[in-house]
Design a protein around this ligand. Structure first.
Ligand SMILES: NC(=O)C1=CN([C@@H]2O[C@H](COP(=O)(O)OP(=O)(O)OC[C@H]3O[C@@H](n4cnc5c(N)ncnc54)[C@H](OP(=O)(O)O)[C@@H]3O)[C@@H](O)[C@H]2O)C=CC1
Ligand SMILES: O=C1O[C@H](COP(=O)(O)O)[C@@H](O)[C@H](O)[C@H]1O
Length: 518
């Protein structure tokens, strides 16, 4: 974690104390050396080229992956050569010289094979073993990291193949770890079935269920914010907070992914995983320590305190034009928008609605947490109509935290107006490059830190919350209301937020500050 250098920061003169959290989380974070083989399964796919390989490249570029130690293997069914794969991903490797890109690409090899027969995996194991042997790695360990950038339908067979053909030999020190992408199942039963299948093949410590929202800078900040600041502790409960919104918006539609999306819908794609993980970090109790198991214990507890979702506290929508995608059935009821109210039955949150909203083809792209406080009692300024205090954590874009406040309008009159205390990262940390979520999470996996990965019981608790609602939507008991692309989504969702006690501040818009407007 970098602080702000007083030379280059526009806000020079501030002191910044930074301390690596890994020192506090009691983890024996390994500083292992030796061979590291990273195997990207589904290397020909969209996620691999857009996220996985670029994240590996950035780690390489920053010196976290040493060319003397690491080798990267792409595996898929497509008939590609090493150079074919390299050319496919080259255009996505940004932010470094061509020479550096070429050095990285030289570490990448391709093996072609199917996902359910031994032949391909034997070849893959041979390629990994040859590399390991070539390293003549007498004192170091042998590490094998498998990244499943694949449709979940093939996870069980791929995991069986890895288990049968590609494990780190028992004669070697080191480890074998597997990163699995979402979606982990489609409902409680299918997720449990998948968990049981993978659980027979790998120990929980070997499985890293990735949710890339847990790798975002401001999501990782939530624990620090909540538990290292005295300011928030007495306020973070039902006495002061009226409602919490956790919002995801995209200003584009399913863009050629309609076939995939239609089987899942926005609740499975975004809410049950990304937004629910954010919800956990906002709502959970303080963990005993920063040990991954302590944090995940608290997440499970708060998930288990969520009450059954009521139909009248849900709005689902579908944007006009979604069904024009030829891969989407004409009678699809799949929601591309949803607003779902969660209620937590515990001492801290009884009566506080958590509104989780996500939508595609909306009027903007952003993700944020909006904590709205109750009105100030006994308002002598009569300024309620101007708006309530809100603490907003902007996850993306333009990472920021700002607190909306009522202040005296500067001037001779005693008038009030809405303003904000603003911590915009672009300004405060303008010399820090915020890492990509996938970069951090892959590095965590190499280091053996499972804090930001989803544990099996957490996954179960998450599906328990959403499965009844999802089955009702799939069974047609709730209908998606149409909305126009480029809008805020269905009007019914705004009405739901209002019913939940959310008070909109009229005439106030937060503008992300830039160096030119301070
Ligand atoms: N794309 C994204 O932005 C995100 C994706 N994810 C998740 O990551 C995983 C991979 O996503 P993505 O890369 O988009 O997926 P793709 O559809 O691009 O699939 C990846 C590769 O898997 C192989 N494949 C595709 N369909 C099948 C099939 N039915 N059976 C066997 N193999 C198949 C193909 O390789 P080949 O034919 O060469 O073997 C393909 O190149 C998924 O679980 C997805 O949900 C998560 C977050 C974001
Ligand atoms: O997992 C997914 O996330 C992306 C949005 O990720 P972000 O980091 O850009 O916010 C979303 O577009 C996709 O549908 C979903 O599968």
């Amino acid at each position: 974690m970098s602080g702000v250098s007083s030379e280059s920061s526009p806000l020079s003169g501030r002191n910044s104390f930074s301390s690596p959290l890994s020192r506090f989380n009691d983890l024996e974070l390994s500083s292992e050396s030796g061979c590291l083989s990273i195997i990207v399964l589904g290397a020909s796919g969209d996620l691999a080229k857009k996220k996985t390989f670029p994240a590996l490249f950035h780690l390489f570029h920053q010196g976290f992956l040493q060319s003397g130690e690491v080798h990267i293997f792409g595996y898929a069914r497509s008939n590609l050569s090493d150079d074919g794969l390299r050319e496919r991903i080259r255009g996505y490797l940004k932010g470094a010289s061509d020479e550096h890109v070429s050095q990285f690409l030289q570490l990448v090899k391709y093996v072609s094979g199917s996902y359910d027969s031994g032949e391909g995996f034997e070849l893959l194991n041979k390629a990994i073993s040859e590399y390991e042997t070539s390293k003549n790695n007498e004192s170091g360990s042998y590490r094998r990291l498998f990244y499943l950038a694949l449709p979940p339908s093939v996870y069980p067979s791929v995991c069986k193949m890895i288990r049968s053909y590609c494990m780190n030999p028992s004669s070697h020190t080191g480890w074998t770890r597997v990163i699995v992408e979402k979606p982990f199942g489609k409902d409680l039963d299918s997720a449990e079935e998948l968990s049981a299948e993978l659980g027979q093949l790998f120990e929980e410590e070997q499985l890293y269920r990735i949710d890339h929202y847990l790798g975002k800078e401001l999501v990782q900040n939530l624990l620090v914010l909540r538990f290292a600041n005295r300011l928030f502790m007495p306020l973070w409960n039902r006495d002061s907070i009226a409602n919490v919104q956790i919002v995801f918006k995209e200003d584009f539609g399913t863009d050629g992914r309609g076939g995939y999306f239609d089987q899942y819908g926005i609740i499975r794609d975004i809410i049950q995983n990304h937004l629910l993980q954010v919800f956990c970090l906002v709502a959970m109790e303080k963990p005993v320590s920063l040990k991954p198991e302590h944090i995940r214990d608290e997440k499970v507890k708060v998930l288990q305190s969520v009450e059954p979702i009521k139909h009248e506290e849900v709005v689902i929508g579908q944007y006009d034009g979604y069904k024009d995608d030829p891969t989407v059935p004409d009678d699809s009821n799949t929601p591309t928008y949803a607003s779902v109210v969660l209620r937590v039955h515990n001492e801290r949150w009884e009566g506080v609605p958590f509104i989780l909203k996500a939508g595609k083809a909306l009027n903007s792209r952003k993700a944020e947490i909006r904590v709205q406080f109750k009105d100030a009692p006994g308002d002598i300024f009569r300024c309620k109509k101007q708006g309530r205090n809100e603490f907003v954590i902007r996850l993306q874009p333009s990472e920021a935290m700002y607190m909306k406040l009522t202040v005296k309008k500067p001037g001779l009159e005693m008038a009030t107006e809405q303003s904000e205390l603003d911590l915009s990262y672009g300004l405060r940390y303008n010399d820090v490059k915020i890492p990509e979520a996938y970069e951090r999470l892959i590095l965590d996996t190499i280091r053996g830190d499972q804090q930001h990965f989803v544990r099996r019981d957490e996954l179960r608790a998450a599906w328990e919350i959403f499965t009844p609602l999802l089955h009702d939507i799939d069974g047609g008991k709730l209908k998606s209301v149409p909305y126009k692309p480029g809008t805020r989504g269905p009007q019914e969702a705004d009405e739901l937020s209002k019913r939940m006690g959310y008070v909109q501040t009229h005439g106030y818009i937060w503008v992300a500050p830039t160096l030119s407007n301070i």
